[in-house]
Design a protein around this ligand. Structure first.
Ligand SMILES: [Zn+2]
Length: 109
């Protein structure tokens, strides 16, 4: 079972108290974007075997959205952080790199 600490209210919540929101850090596209870029924004998602960044909502708690980093294989939760960030906090990325040597954060264009 997944257990996250909500970065908004500080409560620990298991997945029954949360609603999943899909992949985090999807770059929005404007109306001037190419068809390929807009297709990617709407439909293309990562499905990694390992470290993944996701959006979750503390539905039966404070009701706010947050992001979480976890491993899709072991369900290890690396950390959570506010949804209003463009990229994960550096201390979280460093923590993941310690736990998963060789892992790197993707480049955001
Ligand atoms: Zn909360």
């Amino acid at each position: 079972m997944l257990i996250f600490t909500c970065p908004c209210c500080g409560e620990r919540a298991d997945e029954t108290e949360l609603s999943p929101g899909g992949e985090a850090h999807i770059e929005r596209q404007s109306v001037e974007s190419s068809d390929e870029a807009f297709e990617g924004y709407l439909f293309i998602r990562e499905n990694p075997r390992g470290v993944h960044f996701e959006r979750w909502r503390h539905a039966y708690g404070c009701g706010k959205w947050f992001n979480a980093a976890r491993c899709t294989v072991t369900l290890e939760v690396f950390g959570t952080y506010p949804a209003q960030t463009m990229r994960p906090p550096q201390d979280l990325l460093d923590h993941i790199s310690q736990r998963r040597p060789g892992w790197t954060w993707r480049d955001l264009a």
